[in-house]
Design a protein around this ligand. Structure first.
Ligand code: CTP
Ligand code: MG
Length: 247
C-alpha cells in the first residue's frame, strides 16, 4: 500500500526556447524539476519518486533531484520517451507490486503545492480510481471544425476557423497535475493507449484521457492556481511572482 509519483521531465521545452530542457531551467535559483520534486516529497503522501529525463541527462537530473536534502524519498531517474505518454509509460514500468496508487506529475508545473498532492492522493485512497485537479474556466471556449485537407478559408482573406460548438463554461474544468490513479487502472489505460498510439500515431496529452478512453470514470477535485503550467517565458515570470507571494 504505497504511493509512487512519476515526475515527467523528459521534454525539450521547445516553446520556452532555451538552450537546455525546460525541466532544468531555473526558477529562483533552482531547476523546475527540483521545485516539483520537493513539493511532491514534502506532501508526506509520496513514498518514492521516478523522474523521467531527456536522453543523456540521467546523471545530471539525478544529481539535482536525488542529492537534494528536501527530497527525502527514494528517487529513480530514467530516460523518457518520444512523447509525454511514452515517458509516463517508462516510469510506470518501474512501479513495484506494493505501489497501489500512482501520481503522475509534470516538472512543467513546479509550484503545485503539497496540499494539492495530498488532495489528489486522498481522493484516490477514498476509492476514486482516477482523479484530476481542475479549475473553473474563465474564458468562453469554442470548439472549431478540424482543418479541412484542402486548406480552409477564402483566398486572400485572413485565416478563419468555423465554430462547431460552445460548451457550457460552467461545466468546463482546466485540468492540472498531479493526476492520481489506481495503479492497475493506469497500467491498463497505458497499455491500451500504446496500442492506439502505434495504430493512429496519436499520443494523449494527459493520463486521465487514456482512462476515459477505456470508458472508466475520472473524477475532478479542486485545483490550485499555483499548479499553473510553464510553457513560455511569460509563465516563468508569473511563477516568479507566485513564489514571491508564497514567501
Ligand atoms: N515530457 C516528457 N517526455 C516527453 C515530452 C514531455 O516527460 N517526451 C514532460 C515534460 O518534461 C513536461 C510535461 O511532460 O514536464 C509536459 O510537457 P510540456 O509542457 O509540453 O513540456 P515540453 O514537451 O518540454 O515543452 P514543449 O512542448 O514546448 O517542447
Ligand atoms: Mg511538449
Amino acid at each position: 500500500m504505497t504511493t509512487l509519483a512519476i515526475l515527467t521531465a523528459a521534454g525539450s521545452g521547445t516553446r520556452l526556447g532555451r538552450d537546455l530542457p525546460k525541466a532544468l531551467v531555473e526558477l529562483a535559483g533552482f531547476p523546475l524539476v527540483l521545485h516539483a520534486a520537493r513539493r511532491l516529497a514534502s506532501s508526506g503522501v509520496v513514498d518514492a519518486l521516478v523522474v523521467t529525463c531527456p536522453a543523456g541527462l540521467d546523471t545530471a537530473v539525478r544529481d539535482v533531484v536525488a542529492q537534494d536534502p528536501h527530497v527525502d524519498v527514494p528517487v529513480r531517474v530514467v530516460e523518457g520517451g518520444a512523447t509525454r505518454q511514452a515517458s509516463v509509460a517508462t516510469g510506470l514500468a518501474l512501479a513495484g507490486p506494493d505501489d497501489d496508487v500512482v501520481l503522475v506529475h509534470d516538472a512543467a508545473r513546479p509550484l503545485a503545492p503539497p496540499l494539492l498532492v495530498r488532495r489528489v492522493a486522498a481522493a484516490v485512497r477514498a476509492g476514486h480510481r482516477a482523479v484530476v485537479p481542475g479549475l473553473p474556466v474563465t474564458d468562453t471556449v469554442k470548439q472549431v471544425a478540424p482543418p479541412s485537407p484542402a486548406g480552409a478559408g477564402a483566398a486572400g482573406g485572413p485565416d478563419v476557423e468555423r465554430v462547431v460548438e460552445t460548451p457550457d463554461r460552467a461545466l468546463l474544468r482546466a485540468v492540472q497535475t498531479p493526476q492520481g490513479f489506481d495503479r492497475a487502472l493506469l497500467e491498463r489505460a497505458h497499455a491500451q493507449g500504446a496500442v492506439r498510439a502505434s495504430a493512429e500515431g496519436l499520443a494523449a496529452t494527459d493520463d486521465a484521457g487514456l482512462v476515459e478512453a477505456l470508458g472508466e470514470a475520472v473524477h475532478v477535485v479542486a485545483g490550485e492556481e499555483a499548479a499553473m503550467k510553464i510553457t513560455t517565458e511569460r509563465d516563468l515570470l508569473v511563477a516568479r511572482l507566485l513564489l514571491e507571494e508564497e514567501s
